[in-house]
Design a protein around this ligand. Structure first.
Ligand code: ADP
Length: 647
């Protein structure tokens, strides 16, 4: 019996046979009882009747098995096969009755099922093929979209110089004209043009920054700077706007907040400025505050928090998660009133991520908002040079006509702008289109006895660029104290530290603002500006020098001697590895120098080597050459120091 059949299964043929046997037995018994009753019982007749009953029962059983049970069994087997997924026709007994008809119907059903299954299979294959094709198309489209978005971002990032140069011209010339004799209406019209140009510049800067970040070209600097000063400065720059709107603006510093940290002053300032700009823009009454604090983080490090709060309109809870997306604004009506592009917060979010930090907002409609930027920070012991703060304006006491300036700039528009600003002030200004021309002019002036008092140096120039030229200038002891002011584009913040490293005294950002340019020049001409150039080695390495002088055991001198013996070979290896773009060798060699510098307690040498090591690890080979140059200078100074110690 089939295992799946019910427990009390009785085959149809056995049931039928039993019924017939019971019927015939009953008939034989009736006949025999009749005979007994009429005393006509015949034993032979009884045996014969029993034999007939048995024979008939056998015949009927065979007949039912042949006619009913076997075809039904075949049908049942066919159904079991279908259930198991085998679509095969069954063998149909030619009984020419309903059972044969049932078997044939079953086989037709199997045929139909086979056909529809085949159809389903074909459909499935077609569908799979279509899905595969669509997925491929989609992947291709995504790749194309990504490539074109990348190309767009790269295009914009590369275009930054081309886009900013005409803006420099526009803003510079507007500055110059606004400073001339204009009637009231002309002045008002030009001021509108100037405000529009500044709005356009801000928008341009946002778009270019975002493109730069998206093209993966945004470099985050790591230089020591005073974060308190940078933020204080930033808050002050919004003071006038806040007073105009009648709102209070304060800067609070938590006692635990760091002062000097390693990081990117320009970007930290940019984040704070974007948050303050929104807070002041959207707040109509009450106050805006910027709070600097710090909290300890894992691994003994600290997290710096910049918190900008306001009593403005607040932001709907359902908009809070989208305002950090680019081109997204929380409230159309408010934004129509105040303007904006929806890029500021997107830039902040990406900048914080580049710093390994985060930004979030808490806000209540009608009460105000608090934006918090958290950045991991590394405090720097002691005061560090603070390039971000620049120089402070001072009242002019200079006699411009007595001063002779040299402008080194290849771009005609920029030349004209600076010339217009300075000549208007009465300065004598010569122009050189590149570094080589500048050197020629400096040499000529040295011979003529009418020397230059200050040099304004563009950074990106053909022939001899604005980083190499100051190095050459500083090699000449005669020009060691000649003030050199770099003019760097906002886009090239990576050059700031290099400007200082290259021997320049400070920098001003492009687009050049007339008042700032003049104030900076006057500071230097009056000799009031703090020189930010690396101090001479004797000052910086005083600790090491003292150690060498008082080195009774001779150990420090020995260490230095061994280091200096090995140095030329190491420098050569670094140079070769830079040429081969061999990051691993570069990092190893730089690391060895950094370790030696630590033993020698030479901070400058160590910093320099570490910068090379980091640049090598990041694959930024273009940054190695200037650092290598600085390393050479440091080693040269150490050689002089040993000579001094021996002497
Ligand atoms: P923009 O200010 O140029 O529109 P942002 O990316 O800086 O772009 O800000 C996005 C949106 O977030 C703003 O349009 C505004 O709706 C909302 N928002 C940002 N800061 C504030 C704030 N301090 N108060 C209220 N809403 C704000």
């Amino acid at each position: 019996m089939d295992a799946q059949q019910p427990a009390k299964f009785r085959s149809l043929s056995s049931k039928f046979s039993r019924f017939i046997v019971a019927l015939l037995t009953w008939l034989v018994l009736v006949i025999m009882l009749w005979d007994i009753r009429h005393q006509a019982f015949d034993f032979r007749k009884a045996v014969l009747l029993c034999a007939v009953v048995a024979f008939a029962a056998g015949l009927i059983s065979r007949f039912t098995i042949r006619l009913l049970a076997r075809p039904l069994k075949l049908l049942e087997q066919g159904m079991t096969a279908v259930r198991q997924g085998k679509l095969e026709p069954i063998q149909v007994s030619a009984t020419r009755d309903e059972i044969q008809h049932l078997g044939e119907s079953f086989n037709r059903m199997i045929e139909d099922l086979t056909a529809s299954q085949e159809e389903i299979r074909q459909h499935r294959e077609l569908l799979e093929e279509r899905i595969r094709q669509r997925t491929e198309d989609l992947e291709k489209a995504t790749r194309t979209a990504l490539a074109s978005s990348q190309a767009k971002s790269e295009f914009l990032a590369n275009m930054s110089h081309e886009l900013r140069t005409p803006m420099n011209g526009l803003l510079g010339m507007l500055d110059v004209v606004l400073d001339s004799n204009l009637d009231g209406e002309q002045k008002e019209q030009l001021e509108i043009a100037q405000r529009s140009a500044y709005s356009l510049l801000a928008l341009l800067n946002d778009i270019l920054d975002l493109s730069k970040i998206e093209a993966g070209k945004m470099m985050i600097e790591r230089i020591p700077f005073n974060v308190r000063t940078v933020l204080d400065d930033c808050v002050k720059s919004f003071q006038a706007r806040a007073s105009q709107k009648g709102i209070a603006l304060h800067f609070e510093v938590d006692s635990a907040a760091p002062a000097h940290i390693m990081g990117d002053p320009l970007r930290v300032r940019q984040m704070a400025a974007n948050l303050l700009s929104n807070a002041v823009k959207f707040t109509d009454c009450g106050w805006v505050s910027l709070r600097l604090s710090a909290s300890p983080a894992a691994g003994g490090n600290a997290v710096m928090e910049i918190e900008v709060s306001d009593t403005g309109p607040g932001i709907d809870a359902d908009k809070l998660s989208t305002i950090f997306d680019k081109f997204t604004q929380a409230d159309g009506s408010i934004t129509r009133k105040y303007g904006g592009t929806g890029l500021g917060l997107a830039i902040i979010k990406r900048l914080t991520e580049l710093h390994g930090g985060s930004v979030y907002v808490e806000s209540k409609v009608g009460k105000g908002s608090t934006f918090t930027v958290k950045l991991p920070c590394e405090a720097v012991a002691g005061a560090a040079p603070d390039p971000a703060t620049g120089v402070t304006a001072a009242p002019a006491e200079v006699e411009p006509s007595a001063a002779r300036l040299l402008l080194v700039e290849d771009n005609l528009v920029n030349q004209k702008v600076v010339m217009a600003i300075l000549r208007k002030k009465g300065y004598q200004l010569d122009v050189a289109a590149n570094g080589r021309e500048a050197l020629a002019k400096l040499e000529a002036s040295e011979r003529s006895d009418h020397e230059y008092d200050l040099v304004l140096m563009d950074v990106q120039m053909p022939v001899l660029d604005g980083l190499e030229t100051p190095r050459v200038i500083r090699r000449n002891a005669h020009w060691n104290s000649l003030p050199i002011i770099a003019m760097t584009a906002h886009a090239m913040n990576g050059d700031r530290e290099r400007c200082i490293q290259a021997g320049m005294d400070t920098y001003i950002s492009k687009p050049v603002q007339a008042a700032h340019l003049i104030a900076t020049i006057e500071e230097f001409l009056l000799g009031r500006a703090q020189m930010q150039r690396p101090a001479p080695i004797n000052e910086i390495e005083r600790g090491l020098a003292d150690r060498l002088m008082q080195d009774e055991s001779g150990m420090a001198n020995d260490l230095l001697r061994v280091f200096l013996q090995l140095a030329p070979e190491r420098l050569q290896r670094i140079e070769a590895a830079t040429g081969d773009a061999d990051g691993a060798t570069l990092a190893t060699e730089a690391h060895k120098i950094a370790a030696a510098a630590e033993q020698l307690t030479s901070r400058k040498l160590g910093d320099c080597a570490q910068r090379i090591e980091r640049a090598a690890q990041r694959g930024e080979f273009q940054h190695i050459a200037p650092e290598l140059e600085a390393l050479r200078r440091e080693i040269h100074f150490l050689e002089e120091l040993t000579a001094e110690a021996r002497g």
